[in-house]
Design a binder for this molecule. Structure first.
Ligand code: NAD
Length: 487
């Protein structure tokens, strides 16, 4: 059966999802389909009163259902059932995602949905395996560290991988015993709403998973500043992460995890397998139209192999079947919006004005939707805007080095430190450079996550604070209480 579908026949969920039911709101934001720039739907924007209602519903549900205080294995079972339901509804969720976002229907069931279901299972299994500790004290007293959920976690997700990002937030927060109020990106809310609905069907008590729709300024601010939200979990841009820190500080103090922007280097040494490096570098910058936080957008290559690598990249950076995200044969994604495509182009043009040369690309594509040509910029120095700015599009820059010290200096970004790729056959150098590079994740002779959810993810510098995935994400959703009992 073909994965292609007719977007006009989709039934989009309407309204916020609070306490296990849809709650209507006045249409306030018009959404457009990125693949063909046609109108999609309108969504409401939750104001402070709606967010307050959602947080109160979540607080009561978390307390009254015993979700965080009952048998942890019950959480495991309910979350596993939810993961099964997500997989069983892979087609429906994929369609809801494809129509609004840049994710392709050919990739969604096997990547976004499958990985999300497995991540939820990973966190479900932690619920009854991680706990507090008895700690050494004198015999006349008993020292314990108890750990507990926060109560309500406020989560905010971006538009680039909406299903996966909802999974990153909901899986560990729920497994750790919390309720969640989640604000998805205002551009891509539909699959997240349906996931929330499925959580109730799985037996997760109504009110544990709530979704409020809206923008950052109104809904996001109301959520992060709400006194009933015990912890904030955010994925998005560094600018928004910084605004969230400021907003939280204005309202008090609370813990937060922030997964933010990146401008990750791909360091290619002269002894590297150039075919492998070129394939992975081109794949990383073309995947989802370059709209991935981990996109390896800065190539830093040994001067003696730079021309060979550039020639391979030019050959590989050809968009395969750009087209609507709802057609199975489409292989290349648009930018999410006209604004985003304009931003990509303005940075590319500024880069060219500053001396860069486009070996390929350098302009929007002449077709419906917000497509941008895969672009490779050479002759860039460290101050070129195309090197310094997170473009979030299919744009690579290429810089050359003559020794390892210079490679590391070029790889280092003043602001970001999310990921780095290293290509070499020299094991000692691989480990030396891995240790020296300023990034929260390093991939050697590969580029991209595996499906080992045990590996935490998070940035150095302004790429983030704290970790998602791994044991770290579970523990980030619990807080500890120190107890001393005199016997
Ligand atoms: P964005 O920061 O514009 O928006 C992300 C989310 O935050 C949206 O839901 C938005 O409505 C909300 N938001 C915006 N301002 C806010 C505020 N002041 N208070 C509360 N909420 C606010 O980012 P985007 O354009 O949706 O996504 C792209 C960005 O996300 C890129 O910078 C990318 O690198 C980053 N990202 C990072 C990771 C990671 O794991 N580090 C993963 C995916 C995306």
């Amino acid at each position: 059966m073909s994965l292609s579908f007719d977007p006009a026949r989709l039934n989009l969920p309407r309204g916020h999802f609070i306490g296990g039911a849809y709650v209507a709101g006045a249409d306030a934001l018009e959404l457009t389909r990125p693949s063909d720039s046609q109108p999609l739907a309108a969504i409401p924007v939750a104001d402070a009163a709606t967010v307050d209602h959602a947080v109160n519903v979540a607080t009561k549900a978390q307390r009254d259902s015993g979700w965080g205080s009952g048998t942890p294995r019950d959480r495991t079972r309910a979350l596993q059932k939810w993961a099964d339901l997500i997989e069983a509804h892979a087609t429906e969720l994929s369609q809801l995602e494809a129509v609004a976002s840049t994710r392709l229907i050919s990739q969604l069931p096997g990547i976004d949905v499958a990985v999300t279901a497995e991540q939820i299972r990973f966190f479900a299994e932690m619920a009854d395996k991680e706990g507090g500790a008895l700690v050494p004290t004198r015999d006349a007293s008993l020292g314990m560290v108890m750990d507990e959920p926060y109560g309500v976690v406020g989560a905010i997700t971006p538009w680039n991988f909406p299903i996966s990002m909802a999974g990153w937030k909901l899986g560990p927060a729920l497994a750790a015993g919390n309720a969640v109020v989640l604000k998805p990106s205002e551009m891509t809310p539909f699959a997240t709403l349906r996931m929330a609905e499925l959580s109730v069907q799985a037996g997760i008590p109504a009110g544990l998973v709530n979704v409020v729709l809206g923008d950052g300024r109104t809904t996001g601010n109301a959520l992060t500043g709400h006194p009933g939200v015990g912890k904030v979990s955010f994925t998005g841009s560094t600018a928004a992460g910084s605004a969230i820190m400021e907003n939280i500080a204005r309202h008090g103090v609370k813990p937060m995890t922030l997964e933010l922007g990146g401008k990750s280097p791909q360091i290619v040494f002269a002894d590297a397998d150039l075919d492998l490096a070129a394939r992975l570098i081109a794949g990383s910058i073309m995947f989802n139209g370059g709209q991935a936080c981990v996109a390896g957008s800065r190539v830093v290559v040994a001067a003696e192999v730079a021309d060979e690598l550039a020639a391979r990249l030019v050959a590989l950076m050809r968009p395969v079947n750009p087209g609507p995200s709802w057609l199975a044969e489409t292989g290349y994604s648009p930018a999410i919006s006209e604004t985003q495509r304009g931003r990509i182009d303005s940075i590319v043009q500024a880069g060219i004005a500053a001396g860069a040369q486009a070996l390929i690309g350098g302009a929007p594509m002449d077709r419906p939707g917000y497509f941008y040509q895969p672009t490779l910029l050479v002759d860039v120095d460290a101050n070129n805007p195309a090197v310094t700015e997170e473009i979030f599009g299919p744009v690579l820059t290429l810089q050359t080095f003559t020794d390892e010290a210079q490679a590391l200096a070029l790889a280092d970004h003043p602001t970001y430190g999310l990921c780095a790729g290293i290509y070499t056959r020299d094991l000692s150098r691989a480990i030396r450079v891995t240790r020296a590079v300023q990034a929260g994740t390093v991939w050697v002779n590969r580029y991209g996550r595996s499906r080992d959810h045990i590996l935490p993810t998070g940035g150095y510098k302004s790429s983030g604070l704290g970790k998602d995935l791994g044991r770290e994400a579970y523990h980030a959703n619990r807080r500890s209480k120190s107890v001393l009992i005199d016997l």
